[in-house]
Design a protein around this ligand. Structure first.
Ligand code: MN3
Length: 252
């Protein structure tokens, strides 16, 4: 019964979100063409981010108690939604061809406005964040990704310490990252505000595999000033399977 209710509420949510995407006028641009690439099996589609919000693959309450339902709802429908809508305005204002991937805009962000930087980054970062979390998350990386983590950081535990340190010590608002660099090595770092490692203005660069939002809006309702507790709880909802798919796509 509970399962049924869950599936009905999810269907209603999906349908509302689809309507919202249609209303925003972004269906039929980049993201769909990247889906068809995926059907051809090139695997890179997982690294392509569309210009509108993707429906969450789980309920707002699904990540509790690690991330509570109210935080998820406000974060997705208010904070992330406003980055998406402000990005749309910036794209129109700056006459960006949205058949090009968002990643191309971010990689050349120095040529665009501050609004594009803040909202393009904000939209990309949140889309990544939702996609790498799951109620079935947790555990440890496996296979080639586990091997790469061991060889880049010494061990899984050493990676966790380094990542948590990046998340805890990022002053003010920002993100902690696990990236794969051009040298195909993994690295951990952080960025301020809504900047990210794809941006040409960033001094920490790479293709993001994991991004953790450490803005207070991401955790304050449940954790208040205890950012370290939120950071440790994140491992329980991190979906290593999706991270491994991103790693595989970025490694080739
Ligand atoms: Mn956020």
């Amino acid at each position: 019964m509970q399962q049924l209710e869950k599936s009905i509420s999810r269907r209603t949510f999906m349908s509302n979100t689809t309507k919202a995407s249609l209303a925003m006028g972004f269906v039929g641009t980049g993201i769909l063409s990247s889906c068809s690439n995926d059907a051809k099996g090139d695997g890179k589609a997982i690294l392509a981010t569309g210009y509108s919000q993707t429906p969450l693959a789980y309920d707002y309450s699904a990540l509790a108690p690690h991330i509570d339902a109210k935080t998820m709802e406000i974060h997705y429908t208010k904070h992330a939604a406003s980055y998406a809508s402000n990005l749309k305005a910036a794209l129109e204002e700056e006459k960006v061809d949205t058949n090009k991937p968002l990643e191309d805009v971010l990689k050349n962000i120095s040529k665009y406005s501050t609004a594009m930087r803040n909202n393009g980054g904000g939209h990309y970062n949140h889309e990544l964040f939702w996609s790498i979390m799951s109620p079935d998350g947790g555990g440890k990386p496996e296979g080639d990704l586990a091997t790469a983590i061991d060889s880049s950081f010494g061990s899984y535990d050493a990676f966790v310490t380094e990542f948590e340190n990046a998340a805890k010590t990022r002053f003010g608002s920002g993100w902690a990252w696990l990236v794969i660099g051009e040298d195909k090595k993994l690295a951990v770092g952080s960025s301020a505000n809504q900047d990210n490692p794809l941006m040409d203005i960033s001094d920490f660069k790479g293709t993001p595999l994991v991004g953790l939002d450490v803005w207070e809006h991401a955790y304050y309702l449940n954790y208040q000033n205890k950012r370290p507790d939120y950071v440790s709880a994140f491992w329980n909802v991190l979906n290593w399977k999706t991270v491994a798919e991103r790693f595989a796509a970025a490694s080739t």
